[in-house]
Design a protein around this ligand. Structure first.
Ligand code: BGC
Ligand code: NOJ
Length: 810
């Protein structure tokens, strides 16, 4: 069942009912100011850090779901409704929400009034702009009382929801232009140099800034006093809960339309310019921002800038084919999600509260893989930030805080896959850009400027970290966990409330990871190549030798007969083996070892992938492990804490499905690879939205596995490494267009379903048009470059500005 449709021309998903199975959201902003906005106008915005600089209050896990947002109450002769349906839930004659790239447009109509609400964060600005268009679509004049409403968060979102003994006494506002601009200045009197404001470009009939006055003591969101009365109370908050509401009297003749522009802005003042006079904030910067969005033409210009921005970004990789679902994933939604994951890491979504986690070392490096072709310069900056949190021994903080860029001590280090991801990230950046100078960039350890060394030295320490931490079989030690955060082989946790990952109570050097071994082999060629490039021939040679050795170790100690083992536990017992009662096979090492080429020659790779097909594949995607753990195993950790079929205990982790997809292309089975991809690619799941439940335009981290009570139901959409890895899988391996160090590799492998397609790829300043005739037979493709046959599949990079036409018979 569908709840909307794709409008590809406008690059929008159009939701046609407010009653989707879960709030379906969008993100606004792509630099420093961000908003989450649901199709019912729920959500919140923040400046840089969702925890520390949150402007709007939002209530997670509430009843009903999705409480808090930018709400417009319309009182039409006593009939009160919202164009966004929520919070009044008054029935609408028509409803539509268009989530586009960086904006959301909600239109609701009731009893002859159509209200269109456009929300965007204009590029380059720290504000959310709301344009409200009210049109009288009926035969008689309308006299509407309209009330905007947002609730301020007291900045620190964690404190905001816990520390009421203090917070109820701190709230402060200022009101200007008779209430047309409302300033939220809680804590500005002391250490904050920032404030927020909510402003409208019209004279107001009244305003409110005190929540209790706006709602009345006993009402809920569906029936605020002010909206019901049809008149603002001009309340000025003092303590308690500051809000901002404008009251507008809007008279509309039949057919008449009026437009209002609201700006919800964030302003920082230099310390010595904080005050206009004692107690009164300096509003100069706020006024300038308000000026910029004081009429619909300015909003239209911002929309145009936004559209141009996205057209430019998306033109770096685009496809034309007969499969519209494939096209919309590759051309629009997957790169869009990659941008969002790059910006947000795992901080703020409708499943992540924005107060818990910083930027992940492993997460951010993976996010880069799907983002680097969009804005390489930002990927470069990110790499430096991430590498600056590494320790001299090559290990790394698992997370860092985006605002301070400091490593997070609560979580610390010890996730032994982390260091290797840095090499993946840097390699992807250099393949995209050819910018080897990044390797010479001076980067500190643990942000201590005295310890700066060239970035390449960080890669070296990453690589050697694995080598310095090998276990009894010569496989890498797993530490607190590897990619699978929930396989905690050194933490025997018996006490509720302690962290499965960080309560490290076993310090033995036995537990080993076959997955990290696969990563090591996979990343070694890049590392060796970069070492060679810098003239470190010995290091390159050593790396290749170590990778060959590790390959042997995997085949000797990491091979279970029909598939790759997952790990050895603290006691040296096998994990993910036919010898186990449960979880005999895991997805991760099958994907990563084959991607790295392990066992391709000897036939183990094919066997491993056949085992995946046989034991892990389901109609909704590939589960992580099988059979699931049916009870808690203290020596395995969080993985066995989940009921069978959910999350890391045999859920369909959409993040690692693409590893198997890529692996299938490595052994030339494009048909199977494409089948796997279509099972989890959201556009193909639109028809089963009632089962899948989440947005059909973005990937979710997890879909409940075959052993789950609710098989097929997705959770945790948006912020997941799934976005980047699936973009890599589809764009670089299935469609097969992959930037390499010295040229663009063209090697499609997606089976025979799509007979022909054209990819346009911009890379290093040139444009490549690749016309593929696809028989699906597999094997090397025949290439012609600008009319001349080319041996092999590496098209040398052309000069910036050039257009290269490539014909490919695959
Ligand atoms: C989740 C993992 C997540 C980890 C991060 C676990 O509870 O299941 O998916 O990566 O927490 O802390
Ligand atoms: C989510 C985390 O963000 C990611 O780093 C991890 O690899 C997966 N969960 C699997 O546990």
């Amino acid at each position: 069942m569908r709840f909307g449709y794709f409008d590809d021309k406008n690059r929008e998903y159009v939701i046609t009912t407010p009653k989707t199975p879960y709030p379906w959201i969008n993100y606004l902003g792509s630099e420093s100011f961000f908003s989450l906005v649901s199709h019912r106008a729920g959500g919140y915005c923040f400046y840089r850090d969702a925890r520390l600089r949150r402007l709007m209050r939002y209530r997670y896990n509430n009843v009903p779901t999705d409480v808090g947002g930018r709400y417009f109450y319309i009182n039409d002769g006593g009939d009160v409704w919202n164009p966004s349906f929520a919070p009044t839930k008054a029935a609408l004659d028509s409803f539509e929400c268009r989530h586009g790239l960086g904006y959301t447009r909600i239109t609701g109509e009731r009893k002859g009034v159509r209200a269109g609400l456009l929300m965007l964060v204009p590029p380059g600005h720290t504000a959310e702009v709301h344009e409200l268009r009210l049109k009288n679509t009926g035969p008689s004049p309308k006299s509407l009382k309209v009330f905007s409403f947002i609730e301020f968060c007291l900045w620190n979102a964690y404190d905001d929801m816990t520390n009421y003994q203090r917070n109820f006494s701190t709230g402060e506002v200022e009101v200007e232009r008779g209430g047309a601009t409302i300033y939220h200045k809680t804590e500005y009197r002391e250490r904050r140099d920032h404030f927020a404001f909510y402003s409208v470009n019209a004279d107001v009939a009244g305003f409110d800034t005190d929540r209790e006055t706006f709602f009345g003591l006993f009402n809920d969101w569906s029936a605020p006093d002010v909206a019901a009365k049809g008149a603002s109370s001009n309340s000025v908050a003092s303590g308690w809960q500051p809000v901002a509401s404008h009251g507008l009297d809007v008279n509309l003749a039949p057919g008449e339309e009026k437009t209002f522009v609201f700006t919800l802005g964030y302003v920082e003042n230099p310390r010595d310019e904080k005050w206009e006079k004692p107690g009164v904030i300096n509003k100069t910067r706020a006024h300038a921002l308000i000026e910029k969005f004081s009429n619909p033409e300015q909003v239209a210009a911002a929309m145009k800038a936004l559209a141009d921005h996205w057209s430019r970004l998306l033109s770096n990789y685009s496809i034309e084919s007969s499969d519209e679902k494939l096209n919309r994933m590759v051309n629009i939604w997957n790169p869009y999600q990659c941008m969002v994951t790059f910006n947000m890491s795992r901080s703020a979504s409708y499943f992540e509260t924005g107060i818990g986690r910083g930027m992940g070392f492993r997460d951010s490096n993976q996010d880069l893989l799907g983002f680097v072709h969009l804005v390489p310069e930002r990927a470069r900056e990110r790499i430096i930030d991430i590498a600056s949190t590494q320790f001299p021994d090559g290990s790394a903080y698992h997370q860092y805080q985006p605002l301070t860029k400091r490593g997070n001590n609560d979580v610390g280090a010890g996730f032994n896959d982390d260091p290797l991801w840095l090499i993946f990230g840097v390699a992807a950046y250099i393949r995209e850009t050819g910018d080897y100078s990044i390797l010479d960039e001076q980067v500190p350890f643990d942000n201590d400027p005295k310890t700066k060394v060239p970035l390449f030295e960080h890669l070296k320490r990453s690589f050697n970290y694995t080598l310095n931490n090998l276990g009894p079989h010569g496989l890498p030690l797993i530490g607190r966990a590897d990619w699978n955060d929930c396989l905690n082989l050194n933490c025997f946790s018996e006490t509720p409330d302690e962290s499965f990952q960080t309560t490290g109570n076993r310090t033995g050097r036995t537990a080993e990871s076959v997955f990290i071994a696969g990563m090591f082999v996979g990343v070694a060629p890049d590392y060796a190549f970069l070492a060679e490039k810098l003239g470190f021939a010995d290091e390159a040679k050593k790396a290749r030798g170590e990778a060959a050795k590790m390959t042997d170790v995997i085949l000797k100690h990491g091979w279970d007969g029909e598939w790759f083992l997952r790990a050895y536990d603290f006691f040296g017992k096998k994990v993910g083996s036919k010898e186990n009662k449960e979880s005999q096979i895991f997805i991760e090492p099958q994907g990563f070892c084959v991607m790295a080429g392990v066992g391709v020659e000897g036939g183990q790779a094919k066997k491993a992938l056949d085992s995946v097909k046989e034991r892990l594949d389901t109609k909704y995607g590939i589960v992580l492990n099988n059979p699931p753990y049916s009870e808690y195993h203290v020596e395995l950790g969080e993985i066995s804490s989940y009921p069978p079929g959910y999350k890391e205990n045999a859920g369909i982790f959409c993040h690692n499905n693409p590893w198997v997809i890529i692996a299938e292309t490595v052994i030339g089975r494009g048909d199977r690879a494409f089948e796997y991809w279509k099972k989890i690619a959201p556009a193909y799941l639109e028809d089963i939205s009632e089962i899948h439940r989440l947005e059909p335009y973005v990937y979710a981290q997890m879909i409940a596995g075959k052993d789950a009570v609710r098989h097929g139901e997705a959770k945790n959409s948006w912020l997941t490494g799934t976005a980047a890895w699936n973009f890599v899988a589809i764009s670089q391996y299935l469609l097969g267009i992959r930037p390499d160090y010295d040229g663009l590799r063209v090697r499609p492998c997606l089976g025979g379903e799509i007979a022909k397609f054209t990819v346009t790829r911009k890379c290093r300043g040139a444009e490549y048009r690749i016309n593929v005739k696809n028989s699906g037979k597999g094997g090397p493709a025949k290439l012609t470059v600008d009319g001349k046959p080319l041996a092999g599949d590496l098209v040398p990079y052309a000069k910036p500005g050039a257009t290269v036409i490539i014909d490919c018979e695959a």
